[in-house]
Design a protein around this ligand. Structure first.
Ligand code: NAP
Ligand code: MG
Length: 472
């Protein structure tokens, strides 16, 4: 894999301030595939200064010009689609088909959506005798995770640039190569120097320096709730704006009368996608007691359709987890579920046969899971499904909402109206009704401890704006 030994700052690749490096490891075979510099506070400072210097001019460009640059960025990403997919296979271990269709194509779509929004959004409105201007929030510091590594960068950079902000990104240590590819696409697209800057590095060093930097006006973070809490505290103390996209423990509620076979099949696919490393994954399946045994059997059978395998093979649907640490964490949760008395239907903590090398985990289904068990409460971030029983729809709603999180969910019912009414009572930000498909223009974000703020579409754009009222 191609890697740069510098930081992308002020429109070019610059040597890092220090000599520390991050080795990038392929999760499917544990081989080192590249190395990037581990940035420190000096690199972050240089990048933030570049973003500050570029801000007045970029903020002052006509929205149509920003739209044209974003369209060029979309085209530059599209031209690198195969390179992006191959890189995500290599550093994340996502199966090649999923890497193309989601890890590459989704960010291309999102970049394009912000080219459209920059061109059409009303940055000025009239309220009585006031003209209200929607102005850029300033310099953005973005800290992103590894699970959808390019999507999460684009979901911050594209709206920030559309709004007229400039940005510094600190990507996850596990997936810096696709972040470097994104910087190359920014260069291809001819964005002015300093508008986008990339500092690779470790979270507690480069990430923390970015969140704390006084030259950053808005911090946008996606990742764990533990780190998000700290970033929120740092931003709060400095009276900076902050957006947090955190974890989830989303419920897939199958109401009596729903198409059980379809609901279970789609539910298992949802949990196995990206090897379960999805913040919005429906990791709790809630089934009425009368349909419970049938649902558990269907779930076990559906999981058999996801044998772990080499992510380079086009037939593979379940690749490895991103790192040894994540694999060990997920195995620990599986062992904990067994110890707590949940019934293991399929899968388990052992390495899948023939896959001792690489960070593989078998798709795992637990039955007889009760709401107080750890596997029903904590985000596992692996291909692990808990099937819970409810007695009536009110009981299902109580269990669905009995979580500190509130990112996403699903409802299945015989009647669309019934499913919609149930979804309205769920405390979550994104709910798929009877298999409704993902919409990259709809706001994405969490209720409760799943976060603060929304990404994607026009709601994602307004996060990067602040208003000024002129009374005339
Ligand atoms: P994480 O530590 O929250 O990482 C997210 C980002 O924050 C990374 O860029 C990370 O850098 C950075 N970071 C870490 N500590 C920081 C600090 N003190 N100050 C500023 N930035 C910091 O998440 P993780 O370790 O990759 O994964 C742990 C768990 O988080 C997962 O098992 C999962 O439950 C959850 N998670 C959720 C999402 C989501 O989309 N909601 C995404 C990823 C993970 P490094 O890469 O160097 O650590
Ligand atoms: Mg971490």
């Amino acid at each position: 894999m191609k890697s740069h030994d510098g930081m992308y700052i002020d429109g070019g690749w610059r040597p890092a301030a220090g000599t520390d490096a991050i080795e990038v490891v392929s999760p499917s075979d544990e081989r080192t595939i590249g190395s990037v510099p581990a940035g420190n506070a000096l690199d972050v400072d240089t990048a933030v200064r570049a973003a500050r210097a570029a801000l007045p001019q970029w903020a002052g460009t006509a929205p149509a010009d920003r739209a044209a640059r974003l369209a060029a960025l979309r085209d530059a990403l599209a031209a690198r689609r195969e390179e992006i997919a191959d890189t995500v296979v290599a550093e994340l271990g996502a199966p090649i088909g999923f890497a193309r269709a989601v890890h590459a194509d989704l960010p291309i779509t999102v970049a394009g959506s912000y080219a459209d929004l920059a061109a059409t959004y009303a940055f000025r409105e009239q309220i009585g005798n006031s003209t209200v201007w929607h102005e850029p929030a300033g310099v953005v510091g973005a800290i992103t995770p590894w699970n959808y590594p390019l999507h999460q960068i684009v979901a911050k950079v594209a709206p920030a640039l559309a709004a007229g902000c400039t940005i510094v990104v600190k990507p996850a240590e596990n997936t810096p190569l696709v972040a470097q590819l994104f910087a190359a696409a920014v260069a291809d697209a001819g964005l002015p120097a300093g508008v986008f800057n990339l500092v690779t590095g470790y979270g507690p060093i480069a990430g923390q320096a970015l969140a704390e930097h006084p030259g950053v006006d808005l911090v946008s973070f996606t990742g764990s709730t533990a780190v998000g809490r700290r970033i929120g505290a740092v931003a709060g103390a400095a009276v900076k704006r902050v957006a947090l996209e955190l974890g989830g423990k989303s419920a897939n509620v199958i109401l009596p009368g729903a198409d059980l076979a379809k609901a279970v099949k789609v539910g298992v696919a949802n949990v196995c996608a990206n090897a379960g490393q999805t913040c919005s994954a429906w990791t709790r399946m809630l089934v009425h007691e009368d349909a419970y045994d049938e649902a558990v059997e269907l779930a076990g059978a559906a999981a058999a359709n996801y044998p772990p395998g080499d992510p380079h093979d086009p037939d593979t649907r379940l690749g490895p987890l991103v790192s040894a640490a994540q694999r060990d964490r997920v195995r620990g949760y599986i062992e904990g579920g067994i110890a707590d008395g949940a019934r293991l239907v399929t899968g388990g903590p052992a390495a899948p046969a023939g896959l001792e090398r690489g960070y593989f985990v078998s798709p795992t289904v637990f039955a007889d899971v009760t709401p107080e068990m750890v596997i029903a409460r904590e985000e596992i971030f692996g291909p692990v499904l808990s099937v819970l029983r409810y007695t009536d729809p009110d009981d299902a709603l109580r269990i669905a909402n009995d979580t500190a999180y509130g990112l996403a969910g699903a409802v299945w019912a015989a009647e669309q109206d019934e499913a919609v009414a149930f979804a309205r009572r769920m405390d979550a930000g994104q709910i798929d009704v009877n298999g409704g498909r993902f919409n990259p223009l709809a706001p994405f974000g969490g209720y409760k401890q799943s976060g603060v703020g929304r990404e994607l579409g026009v709601h994602g754009l307004t996060e990067y704006l602040q208003t000024k009222s002129l009374q005339l």
